[in-house]
Design a protein around this ligand. Structure first.
Ligand SMILES: [Zn+2]
Length: 296
């Protein structure tokens, strides 16, 4: 980064064979990222390769040499973990087991942040979902002393998704016994789609602080949105091409109160090309290039 102000920013990266964590860190560095996020396996299934083959030692050295602070690198839990439903006990039990093993895997990488979607209530009331989700997290944390923080992500509110409001997130967080093990991930696209005005950072921060406490904000997903505020949709868009727009997203990137929080892009690929290097360059410099996607 050429600015004197160092911005903690990165993107979603896939760990690919044969170099996995090392390859991920190299790719992040090639996009000028100071942090990044990855899944330890496919997001939609529970097959996982042993972490022992994932070049963790080599990746860790690479991160250190390139000024990436391991405490800001994020793992995303797979979507199949659904802890908010009491209707399907098999899914619930699998979710708890899987969350427990993901916590161990994050620890294997020497990392400390795991983003988790609260899940879907499958039609139960939000109150029931909140109880179910919190008790599952408490149960998993009861038998885990690894120190990894579970960061509950705010959701857009599709279908029966739990966590569409800061109030719902706050209700889950407040029920967690090990308070030092629970945090929150805010996604600008999800907030917008859930009906929050993300251009008003002050109001959002104030609301978050009074409901949850700003110290609980651990990760930000920085995405534009394909849909209008309150659409309840959840479709990410490239920076500057959506309804949130570059100016607002650039303010999120530079916001002083978020300076120690990793800001992770999960924007769509542009054909076969990665958008992240260009998006990060624009967000860091604060200068938008009209039509950048067409010129990529
Ligand atoms: Zn997510």
């Amino acid at each position: 980064m050429t600015n004197d102000e160092k911005i903690l920013i990165g993107s979603h990266i896939s760990l690919k064979a044969p170099d996995y964590f090392l390859a991920g860190a190299e790719q992040a560095a090639s996009f000028n990222e100071s942090s990044f996020m990855f899944y330890t396996g496919a997001p939609q299934n529970n097959r996982r390769l042993p972490t022992s083959i994932m070049k963790i030692k080599e990746g860790t050295s690479f991160c250190k040499e390139h000024g990436m602070d391991l405490s800001t690198i994020v793992v995303h839990a797979p979507y199949i973990i659904n802890l908010s439903n009491s209707k399907n006990p098999d899914v619930y039990e699998l979710g708890k087991r899987f969350l427990g093993s993901e916590l161990t895997r994050v620890k294997d990488f020497g990392l400390s942040l795991l983003v988790l979607h609260p899940g879907s209530t499958l039609g139960a009331s939000p109150e029931e979902g909140i109880e179910t989700c919190a008790s599952a997290i408490n149960e998993v944390l009861d038998s885990d002393n690894g120190g990894v923080t579970i960061c509950l992500e705010s959701m857009a509110g599709k279908g029966n998704e739990l966590g569409r409001s800061l109030e719902e997130i706050s209700e889950i967080v407040s029920r967690i016994k090990k308070q030092d093990r629970i945090g929150v991930c805010l996604d600008t696209c999800h907030l917008n789609d859930a009906g929050y005005d993300v251009s008003d950072i002050d109001s959002l921060v104030k609301k978050f602080d009074s409901l949850i406490g700003l110290d609980k904000l651990k990760v930000i997903h920085l995405n534009d949105s394909k849909n209008v505020m309150g659409s309840g949709k959840d479709r990410h868009e490239n920076i500057g091409y959506g309804t949130i727009g570059f100016e607002t997203l650039s303010r999120w990137a530079h916001e002083k109160r978020f300076s120690s929080i990793p800001k992770i892009l999960e924007t769509p690929m542009v054909g076969e090309k990665y958008p992240y290097k260009k998006e990060i360059e624009m967000l860091v410099s604060g200068k938008y290039v009209d039509g950048w996607r067409e010129k990529l």
